[in-house]
Design a protein around this ligand. Structure first.
Ligand SMILES: Nc1nc2c(c(=O)[nH]1)N[C@H]1C(S)=C(S)[C@@H](COP(=O)(O)O)O[C@H]1N2
Ligand SMILES: [Mo]
Length: 176
């Protein structure tokens, strides 16, 4: 398609410049309503128990990518390390840019096809597609799949994400 930048058949959609990624400095933080906050390095992330899946991707604009192969970690792997306080009910994913975020309920985040992915079609995520880590939530529209995730917080009420402040549905499945 002329004039539309595609990679891995995705149309690149970013409201911010890809944040710089330095594997020696990068950290992922899990905090909020957890028993013990967690900070892990990039090497530690790659050493966590990982899984692969093939799932479709849908953008609210009406384009989809079929059969995307992802590799990454399930959220449970992180939560098993941090423990969760009984009041924890929602999970927010923040981009390293500080500009973009979105959230899921704790139930949604442990659905079978939800993961934090670091590989796409057998390669490390391209920088514009979230390197080193992005959320994958195939059941919901693409705006839920936060790129460049480096901070995850557990809260009692749901945080409203970037596109939801602009009117998109917080449930991520129906048109605004
Ligand atoms: N950090 C960040 N994550 C983001 C976005 C963004 O602007 N910033 N856009 C979202 C939207 S609307 C879509 S459709 C997908 C697009 O993913 P892609 O750029 O890999 O095609 O990323 C989502 N995640
Ligand atoms: Mo999107």
């Amino acid at each position: 398609m002329v004039g539309i930048k595609t990679i891995n058949w995705f149309r690149i959609r970013s409201v911010e410049q890809p944040p710089r990624f330095d594997p020696g400095v990068w950290k992922l933080t899990v905090e909020g309503l957890v028993d013990s906050p967690l900070v892990i390095t990039y090497d530690e992330l790659l050493a966590l128990e990982s899984e692969e899946q093939v799932s479709d991707f849908h953008c609210v604009e009406g384009w989809s990518v079929d059969a995307v192969k992802w590799k990454g970690i399930r959220l449970k792997v992180l939560f098993n390390k941090t423990g969760l306080k009984p009041e924890a009910a929602f999970v927010t994913f923040y981009s390293a840019s500080g500009l973009y975020s979105d959230s899921l309920s704790l139930n949604e985040v442990v659905e079978p096809q939800v993961m934090l992915a670091y590989m796409l079609n057998d390669e490390l995520l391209p920088q514009v597609q979230g390197r080193p880590l992005r959320l994958v939530m195939p059941r919901m529209f693409g705006y839920k799949s936060v790129k460049w995730v480096n901070r995850i917080t557990l809260t009692q009420t749901q945080e409203v994400g970037y596109w939801e402040r602009a009117g998109y549905n917080i449930d991520g499945v129906s048109y605004p």
